[in-house]
Ligand binder design. Structure first.
Ligand code: NOJ
Length: 545
């Protein structure tokens, strides 16, 4: 790969980066088949450069049966044909780099697709074979092995075990799948599993990848005894946050560090305990991890302040920058979540038909954009958030594809509502997502009323969400105090959060029900109209002063 452009040597680029998350299926469709693809992303690189992002994180683009939107990987060293080719991925990485944008690849270590050669080999080789040792195959409990081997639940509902059928047609052993039954969990005690993933990292770093996002990073190691889950205090969890994980990620870090230009590891680590979370960010482990505490935090001043304080306090001892995340491809869109009575996020409370005030949610999401872009550390921006897209809640049930819905007996809408193809322009679906004249419909239907939400319409409107994001990100690049750096709370009225990032830069956010006094200073940017020295409710402002 001698002629592949490699990221520039800027060792700290990730500490204050804005990283844009691309869900390839829904970003832009270049060939008119109704599904997004890599050529579509390449054609929109100028849009991403204009937005001013430092890196792109791509949800999995590998060959996959798409039982879980690509998180069921059949081959980690190639590209799903519907998305393009490996050569195109290489081109995309180079073209983005030429615009100063790094590429972060999604690595899925906990499980593979049931269509992956390893799993096919394991099924064919039968019980007790070495090929099955790369997974967690076990006989069932009960007189005829008819009960799962333990009580672990799948994250998508139901038991975390699927029973196999032996060659002779009789029911056989069970295999572990913490997610869908098409996603068998790997056994990380097996040397092949570790060696394979280390090689995959090198494969993508050799192709210029600027980092890897580690899927379900805290669930990868299992207690080999596979004990039942219990409420007993003091018993280590059999598959969450196990101590052995740290050694795996130290190995990954040393591979990343052997490449020039700070190739980063960013972990998907959902853990309620901020100190346990920060252990993954020690200097020889991951660079950063997603801040789900902040993502799930309700729109309440005391809760937000506590989340920010807890985050900063947990990161300081390990010298890692915080990340600020409002949304991703798994959670409810921000304008929808903030427009509801319960403004926090919890997978357990996802439901159909929750009343939503989108105008209120949008006002808050605009203020939240200024808050997150002003906090110290890096920011993750999920595609379509810059357009203020709402969760799409009226997708016909027979079009829903997410296993979280499919396994819920129609009770959980799942995650398709935040994965609807982006509207780029025009007045009717596919809103520029697919080329003009395309007959294939977008893989998930777009709402008919998205004309005013397209990127083109918003680019022409100075008051749009897109214009707000563009302006905020321009200022973020220009202001020395933003991104990584110092942070101090300022005294403020009840319901108001105010902080200083540099001698000149202040951010104020009013979460009270009524307007607040605007502090002295020149307004650089506001998330909504200001009234004569007052900061209206659910509004944020950046000030020089
Ligand atoms: C987390 C990913 O973000 C999600 O989309 C996926 O379903 C699970 N991990 C399983 O890979």
């Amino acid at each position: 790969m001698a002629d592949t452009p490699q990221p520039e040597a800027d060792e700290n680029w990730w500490r204050g980066a804005v990283i844009y998350q691309v869900y390839p299926r829904s970003f832009a469709d270049s060939n008119g088949d109704g599904t997004g693809d890599l050529a579509g992303v390449r054609s929109r690189l100028p849009y991403l450069a204009e937005l001013g992002v430092n890196a792109l994180w791509f949800c999995p683009w590998y060959p996959s049966p798409m039982a879980d939107g690509g998180y069921d990987v059949a081959d980690y060293r190639d590209v799903e044909p519907v998305f393009g080719t490996l050569a195109e991925a290489e081109k995309l990485i180079s073209e983005a780099l030429a615009l100063g944008i790094r590429t972060i690849i999604d690595i899925v270590p906990n499980h593979i697709s049931a269509a992956h050669p390893w799993f096919r080999e394991a099924l064919a080789a039968g019980p007790g074979s070495p090929a099955r040792e790369r997974f967690w195959f076990r006989p069932g409990r009960g007189e005829h092995g008819e009960l799962p081997p333990n009580n672990w639940p799948s994250q998508f509902g139901g038991p975390a075990w699927t029973r196999t059928t032996d060659q002779d047609g009789t029911p056989g052993d069970w295999f572990l799948n913490l997610f869908d039954s098409e996603q068998p969990d790997l056994n990380w005690n097996h040397p092949d599993v570790r060696a394979e993933h280390e090689d995959i990292l090198r494969f993508w770093f050799d192709r210029g990848a600027g980092g890897v996002r580690i899927d379900s990073a805290a669930m990868v190691s299992k207690d080999p005894g596979l004990p039942d889950l219990t409420d007993e205090p003091g018993v280590p969890h059999p598959y969450v946050d196990r101590d052995e994980l740290h050694d795996i990620y130290r190995g990954w870090r040393s591979i990343a560090d052997s490449y020039p230009g700070a190739r980063i590891l960013v972990g998907e680590v959902w853990l309620p305990d901020a100190e346990r979370f920060a252990r993954y960010l020690r200097p020889d482990e991951m660079h950063t991890a997603f801040n789900f505490d902040f993502l799930a935090c309700p729109w309440e001043p005391a809760r937000l302040r506590t989340s920010i304080d807890t985050t900063l306090a947990a990161h300081a001892p390990v010298s890692a920058p915080a990340t600020w995340v409002l949304c991703n491809h798994d959670v409810t869109r921000t304008v929808t979540r903030y427009g509801r009575a319960d403004t926090g996020f919890d997978f357990a409370t996802k439901a159909f038909g929750i009343p939503t005030d989108l105008e209120l949610g949008t006002r808050r999401a605009r203020a939240a954009a200024l808050l997150t872009l002003a906090l110290p550390g890096s920011v993750y921006l999920y595609q379509g958030e810059e357009l203020g897209l709402p969760e799409v809640e009226d997708i016909p049930l027979d079009k829903l594809q997410d296993p979280m819905y499919l396994r819920s007996a129609d009770t959980n809408p799942g995650r398709d509502g935040c994965r609807v193809p982006l509207p780029w322009g025009g007045s009717a679906s596919p809103f520029g997502f697919s080329p003009a004249g395309t007959t294939a419909e977008p893989w998930l239907p777009q709402p008919a009323d998205w004309a005013s939400r397209t990127a083109d319409a918003q680019a022409a409107d100075p008051d749009s969400m897109l214009s707000l994001y563009r302006a905020a990100m321009r200022l973020r690049r220009a202001e020395a105090g933003l991104g990584d750096g110092s942070f101090a709370w300022l005294d403020s009225a009840p319901g108001v959060l105010a902080f200083r990032r540099s001698p000149e830069f202040v951010c104020v956010l009013n979460l009270a029900d009524s307007p607040a006094q605007l502090p002295e200073g020149t307004v650089l940017l506001a998330s909504g109209p200001l009234a004569e020295g007052r900061l209206p409710a659910d509004t944020a402002v950046w000030l020089r002063g």
